[in-house]
Design a protein. Structure first.
Length: 135
């Protein structure tokens, strides 16, 4: 399990990542993130991911709006406080092997200067969080 809390542009915690999984689909990886919503964000956020294969050559995905299981975009501004939501993003694989690959994610805000938001983990404040090896 992952314990990471995302902080909005006003430095207030708005979502806590509680678990994740990933499933390969052709040349992509569907990454499902389960988050507990602490408060409704006032602006939309995009989720970016980086796959780091054992070869060490990272593959970044373009930041994207979270999607539900039906692939419908569900902006974080629609997430209700107290809810547990599952957001899916697509990570390209290129020619990388998933054997030994590691995944990191970051959230980006439209009005937060274009950089990643703060995420608080056991290690402290970060701009991205390594969520673990792809299994």
């Amino acid at each position: 399990p992952v314990d990471a809390t995302f902080v909005d542009g006003a430095d207030a915690p708005f979502a806590r990542l509680t678990r994740w999984d990933a499933a390969p689909a052709g040349d992509q990886l569907a990454v499902r993130l389960t988050l507990d919503v602490l408060k409704r964000p006032q602006e939309p956020y995009w989720i970016g991911s980086i796959l780091v294969p054992a070869s060490g050559d990272p593959i970044a995905a373009e930041p994207q709006q979270p999607r539900n299981a039906d692939a419908t975009i569900v902006p974080v501004t629609c997430w209700a406080p107290g809810a547990s939501v599952t957001a899916t993003v697509v990570q390209p694989l290129g020619t990388a092997s998933l054997n030994g690959a590691y995944l990191s994610i970051a959230l980006y805000g439209a009005q937060a200067g274009g950089g990643p938001l703060t995420v608080v983990t056991e290690a402290g404040e970060e701009r991205q969080v390594g969520i673990g090896p792809v299994q």
